[in-house]
Design a binder for this molecule. Structure first.
Ligand code: G3H
Ligand code: 13P
Ligand code: ZN
Length: 323
């Protein structure tokens, strides 16, 4: 067993209590490869933001869980030897079994999500409580989920949104002992979150549900999944250089700013990073068809991703200068 503290990682407890008090949200960025990891860590170090590095099922399948975990350990050497280190949590995104959560905890993750939202309520409670019991013995944080987001959650695809029922949250938190709760208030995974006509803005999130949840579990950290903004500048760049992302729409930055000021303490962003990398790679390859050196198109993609992360932390989540 490697405990996360041996690698210099932190759990999310203090991150969330500070975020709650300070009225901002900690960014949770997904990584699948070296360039994403470098960009996320550099962007958060430069903006002095706390960071949750998260690893999904897709990432584990693509890059191997052990390799990703050692990449995170390498990144921590850089973080902790920097002039101004930041707290970093290594988090399992959408864990779906007890065994997976245990294997992550045993190899150095400091936080795990157990997503039992596809199960019946009582089964979700039982699975989540079992993970919490094991995780808390090792001082590892646990995120649970109530309600279902439309779109794809790892391999599971849901047609329709099932908003979180505020009547369930108090009971769920009490019975499971989770440290944070992911809720469904209108966001969804991926780059097609809302169907809107050209020129129309996407519908607002269900802040009424969030407010009701805050009343039932005051001061409890809430997590927002599916929170990419699908920034038009990158969608347009992708389409300009041969891509075909029609009707891609995300959560507006105003909505995220409002959420970050509330009990929402963790905001999950994956698709925005993918869009940046794809846009820059398309542009680079199109502008220089002779380029066959991945460093010469992935490097600029990484630089752009750093800038996106700094801007997001500073202007949307409010996490910059909080570390
Ligand atoms: O939960 C959603 C994340 O964006 C992960 O997606 O499994 O394709 O890596 P992925
Ligand atoms: P996006 O697809 O909106 O980036 O959501 C990512 C996420 O929720 C990862 O768990
Ligand atoms: Zn998610």
């Amino acid at each position: 067993m490697t405990h996360y503290k041996e690698i210099g990682l932190s759990n999310t407890k203090e991150m969330f209590s500070k975020a709650m008090e300070g009225g901002y949200a900690v960014p949770a960025y997904n990584f699948n490869n070296l360039e994403q990891l470098q960009a996320i860590v550099t962007g958060c170090l430069e903006s002095r933001s706390p960071l949750i590095l998260q690893i999904s099922k897709g990432a584990r399948k693509y890059a191997n869980q052990t390799l990703l975990r050692y990449m995170a350990e390498g990144a921590m050497e850089i973080v902790n030897s920097s002039e101004h280190p930041i707290p970093v949590a290594l988090h399992l995104d959408h864990g779906d079994t007890y065994e997976l959560a245990v294997s992550c905890i045993e190899t150095g993750f400091s936080s795990v999500m157990i997503d039992g939202s596809a199960h019946a309520y009582d089964d979700n409670v039982a699975l989540t409580a079992r993970v919490v019991e094991y995780a808390h013995k090792h001082d590892v944080s646990v995120e649970g989920e109530l309600g279902v987001l439309a779109g794809i959650e790892d391999a599971v695809s849901h047609e329709a949104t099932n908003y979180t029922d505020p009547d369930d949250v108090e009971d769920f938190v009490k019975k499971t002992g989770v440290d944070s709760l992911a809720i469904s208030i209108g966001t969804s995974h991926g780059a097609y979150k809302f169907k809107v006509k050209p020129g129309e803005s996407p519908p607002p999130l269900r802040f009424d549900i969030l407010e009701e949840i805050e009343k039932r579990i005051p001061g409890f950290p809430i997590v927002l999944h599916g929170a990419s903004s699908v920034l038009p500048v990158y969608v347009d760049m992708i389409n300009e250089y041969g891509g075909k992302l029609e009707g891609a729409v995300g959560v507006s930055e105003d909505q995220l700013r409002r959420a970050a000021k509330s009990a929402v303490c963790k905001i999950n962003i994956d698709s925005d990073g993918r869009l940046v990398v794809t846009a820059v790679v398309r542009k680079m390859l199109s502008e220089d068809p002779k380029n066959f050196d991945p460093r010469k198109y992935l490097g600029p993609a990484r630089d752009e991703l750093i800038q996106m992360i700094i801007r997001k932390n500073r202007e949307v989540l409010g996490s910059a200068d909080r570390a």
